[in-house]
Design a protein around this ligand. Structure first.
Ligand code: NAD
Length: 337
């Protein structure tokens, strides 16, 4: 039995995570859940967005399954707990697969690519301040290290090898940001030379966005710095049917945290219509991480069946027949039986 820290999160989090946990349990996973709190829910309950008990739980278990957390926009409120957790546990690789789904109509079919985003450095290092007492000039520091660049690019190439993928594309802005992005690109080229069996390509990030929309099939594994990866992975979500479908694994050397790419969706919170697919997919990635491959495939097959049939799915997937989050969860459990 593996104990996993369970953080249901804010907004739509509790609804989708409750279904994901029920499905993982029904599939027979050897997991004991240890519930903990973070984000707005924790702030309201304990006066802090990240209570000590939550950190102690992750310290013990080293694996967490997390719903989305609300972060206030702009200068008010607490800093992003997502960023804090990624930095605290050095979860340097953020893996976000985007795959077409049978039954989900989009502009493209048969898309199958993976964004590997550097998760602890770059512009999201959180080094921001005002330069003047009037607070009318603000500065953000992008920190890129050779060691951080090397380990994420190596992660991308090793991932490609392990998952029988053929190509790694590095996306960068080395033409303008000559030191931070320039070093990232230089390191990527050095690492690529050590993986002659994997094709290597490089694209400037703005052009990459255009290429991704015009011809996504030229991408396989994409590796990039923190903010570019954040933005590009939402773009890839749009290619395969939206944010309700894309999971993310945050992987470090000795800890891992699994979540959806999407946020707490305050616009649909409390309506019981959020799509649980992304967090279920995150749960599948977690089961693979825990070597519970059979259980993972059982859930994936059932989920794919329910989505393909298009009857018991939430309104984002089928505006006509859209069912509640709970009904979709029950349908996935029924499909496993
Ligand atoms: P969002 O991802 O919450 O929502 C964007 C849009 O996608 C909304 O229209 C929403 O209704 C829709 N959507 C998202 N998930 C969905 C689902 N499962 N099913 C159906 N529709 C879904 O992004 P936002 O509105 O920019 O952010 C809301 C809050 O979430 C913010 O506080 C933000 O900081 C936070 N956030 C947290 C995480 C995280 O915890 N990892 C990630 C992104 C954003």
């Amino acid at each position: 039995m593996q104990t996993v820290t369970l953080i249901k999160g804010d907004g739509i989090g509790p609804a989708i995570m409750t279904q994901a946990v029920k499905i993982i349990d029904a599939a027979g996973a050897k997991i004991t859940w240890e519930e903990a709190y973070a984000g707005m829910a924790a702030y309201e309950k304990y006066g802090t967005p990240i209570p000590e008990a939550t950190l102690a739980s992750i310290d013990r278990n080293r694996v967490a399954f997390k719903g989305p957390l609300t972060t206030a926009v702009g200068g008010e409120g607490f800093r992003s707990i997502n960023v804090e957790l990624r930095k605290k546990y050095d979860l340097y690789a953020n893996v976000r697969p985007a795959k077409s789904w049978a039954g989900v109509n989009t502009r493209y079919s048969d898309i199958d690519l993976v964004i590997v985003r550097e998760n602890t450095e770059g512009l999201y290092a959180g080094l921001e301040h005002f330069l003047t007492p009037k607070r009318d000039i603000a500065e953000s520091l992008a920190v890129v290290t050779r060691q951080g660049s090397q380990r994420i690019v190596e992660y991308a190439f090793n991932y490609a090898r392990e998952h029988k993928r053929e190509k790694v594309t590095v996306c960068h802005k080395a033409n303008i940001l000559k030191y931070t992005q320039g070093m990232f690109l230089e390191v990527a080229r050095e690492v690529a030379a050590k993986f002659p069996d994997i094709e290597f390509d490089e694209k400037i990030i703005d052009a990459a966005c255009m290429h991704m929309v015009m011809n996504p099939y030229q991408f396989d594994v994409v590796v990039t710095t923190n903010m570019f990866g954040d933005i590009l992975s939402d773009l890839t979500a749009g290619l395969v049917g939206g944010l309700g479908l894309i999971p993310g694994a945050n992987i470090g050397a000795d800890a891992a945290l699994f979540e959806a790419v999407h946020g707490s969706a305050p616009d649909i919170a409390d309506k019981n219509i959020a799509n649980p697919t992304a967090v279920i997919m995150a749960g599948i990635m977690m089961l693979d991480h825990l070597q519970e491959h059979e259980t993972a495939r059982r859930i994936q097959t059932a989920l794919e069946k329910v989505v393909a049939e298009g009857e018991n799915v939430t309104p984002d997937l089928n505006p006509q027949a859209g069912v509640t989050t709970d009904v979709m969860g029950q349908a996935i459990i029924a499909a496993m039986e």
